[in-house]
Design a protein around this ligand. Structure first.
Ligand code: ATP
Length: 518
């Protein structure tokens, strides 16, 4: 097994074992691509949401937040294009009964050819050693030219089939290149057909199509339809933004990567309303600002990259993803889209209500353009966990077998900030003092009191859930009121008074530390 998939398996197991994430309805063997956040998971997720919310709403006087309903008038989704165009091409394998996205099967096939090119280059590098001219080899090797031509032919056919929504042609590509089911190798495919990703339900008091409701597939539309309500009631002037955190639902065809692709997930979206013609300036601004936000968390620059979209969605005139290197490779973490005036104009058309802003400086009405930043909260959780989880030799110990699993979360994100551990659980005076310290600290921080094992075991458990500080209470405390504080990453221990303790912890776990870098 590759190191990457090893790390991924370990991460999934860790999330379950330590109460971060459980499969939904596990007692009934689970519901695919739906997950529940456990006690530590929900704390971490809330902290990530707070980090986002504060950096958007608290730190910008021209961004305000809302909390719109999940259900919206069905016409919303007609206007936004989701009823007609929020589709993925679906294909079933008749032998295995497994369902795939035809576009992903074709892209996966192309990735395999690309991998062959890289393998071939690596082989040649080994063979020719220092005489190897890689650029020349890539440009001139007949074998590589063959691969590249093949890729170009497939991609040309694929791109025009996707643009034209030509399902017959997509199937023809799969047949012509004998693309097989990645799990079983079977090529016994059904035809390709379009599949709408929205979940629908029915209003209680209206039968038929009229009463058909959708679970929102994105939070953005709740912002667009409230654009004038918010602008008027907060007296904001363009440029200004509206932020929202909330659930979204997509009936994903393939959902096999833990919380990366879920059917019910959470988005953190901000729509920034700007003067027409100024959208590219703001697009560049938010592109930089959002990358800074990720880097402030301590995620290394080499794990993050921009990916410009070649094929733009119907509503966009520029779009990019911020990709993160997950354990299964670089994938989209956040999208930044210049959405033009598409959404507001469409809502204006379908509702018959004006969606225009009166610009007092220019003394004219216009429909603003929009730059969107949209990040999946669950993907952010996965990125954070996958970077934080390490198995390492215990600092200061010589034996390489002496390892620990430690979650190196930024202290401001950690679910528990301080664990209070009595050194002797049978000594009443120590237990009483430790409980009193726990009570005092819990007025300020999320704390945990634990006396259920040896101190070594208790430390390991706190390391595994990412607790930045452990406080041990011993006999010395009974004499002089001091305690020992142990720092998670360095394992350094300090003897401090209770008052100092509160100050040390407060400084390090304050979200200010993160926000100051944004
Ligand atoms: P993908 O191409 O991976 O399906 P997308 O381009 O459809 O994603 P957007 O519509 O731009 O995604 O949604 C914004 C963000 O919402 C994404 O960057 C991602 O973080 C998150 N997101 C989208 N779909 C899912 C999902 N099924 N599960 C978890 N998060 C999701």
């Amino acid at each position: 097994m590759s190191q990457q998939s090893d790390h991924f398996k370990k991460l999934v197991a860790h999330c379950k074992e330590y109460g971060f994430i459980y499969q939904s309805s596990e007692v009934y063997d689970g519901l695919a691509a739906v997950y529940d956040y456990g006690p530590y998971g929900s704390e971490l997720k809330n902290n990530l949401k707070q980090y986002w919310w504060k950096s958007m709403v608290q730190m910008h006087d021209n961004i305000v937040g809302i909390d719109a309903a999940i259900f919206m008038h069905p016409k919303t989704w007609k206007a936004s294009g989701h009823v007609d165009a929020f589709n993925d091409p679906l294909i079933d394998n008749k032998d295995t009964k497994r369902r795939y996205r035809a576009d992903q099967l074709i892209e996966g096939f192309v990735e395999k050819i690309e991998a062959k090119i890289e393998k071939d280059v690596a082989k040649a590098k080994k063979r020719f050693k220092e005489n190897f001219d890689e650029a020349k080899y890539r440009a001139e090797s007949p074998k590589l030219q063959g691969y590249k031509e093949n890729i170009k032919t497939i991609m040309d056919r694929f791109t025009s089939a996707m643009k034209a929504e030509d399902m017959v042609e997509l199937k023809a590509i799969i047949d012509d290149y004998e693309i097989a089911d990645p799990e079983s190798g079977s090529r016994n495919w059904t035809d390709v057909r379009m599949f709408n990703l929205m979940f629908s339900t029915q209003l209680g008091n209206i039968a038929g199509e009229e009463g058909k409701l959708y679970l929102r597939p994105e939070t953005a539309q709740g912002i667009f339809v409230n654009f004038l309500n918010v602008q008027k009631t907060t007296r904001q002037k363009v440029p200004f933004g509206i932020a929202q955190i909330g659930k979204a639902f997509r009936n994903e065809i393939v959902a096999r990567q833990f919380i990366f692709r879920m059917r019910e997930f959470e988005q953190m979206e901000m729509q920034f309303f700007v003067q027409p013609g100024e959208e590219m300036k703001w697009y560049e601004y938010w592109k930089e600002a959002r990358m800074k936000w990720h880097l402030a968390l301590g995620h290394p620059a080499e794990k993050l990259r921009y990916h410009d979209h070649d094929n733009l969605a119907h509503y966009a005139n520029a779009a990019l993803d911020i990709e993160f290197e997950f354990p299964f490779g670089f994938r989209e973490l956040e999208g930044i889209h210049s959405r033009t005036d598409f959404d507001l104009t469409e809502h204006q058309k379908l509702s018959g209500k004006k969606m225009q802003y009166f610009d007092p400086q220019r003394n004219e009405n216009y429909v603003p353009y929009v730059v969107e930043t949209s990040i999946g909260c669950d993907r952010m959780f996965l990125a954070t966990m996958s970077h934080a989880l390490r198995t390492e030799q215990v600092p200061g110990q010589d034996d390489p077998k002496n390892t620990r699993d430690v979650l190196k979360l930024h202290p401001a994100l950690a679910p528990i900030k301080v664990a209070v551990l009595p050194l002797k659980r049978n000594e009443e005076r120590i237990v009483k003092a430790a409980k009193a310290i726990y009570k005092r600290l819990s007025l300020s921080f999320n704390c945990q009191y634990d006396d259920t094992g040896s101190i070594g075991k208790l430390y390991r458990r706190q390391d595994a859930i990412g607790t930045p500080y452990c406080v041990t209470v011993d006999f010395e405390h009974l004499d002089d009121g001091t305690v020992t504080i142990r720092e998670r990453d360095s394992l350094e221990q300090q003897r401090v008074s209770i008052d100092e303790l509160e100050k040390i912890v407060a400084e390090r776990v304050d979200m200010k530390q993160l926000l100051a870098k944004v």
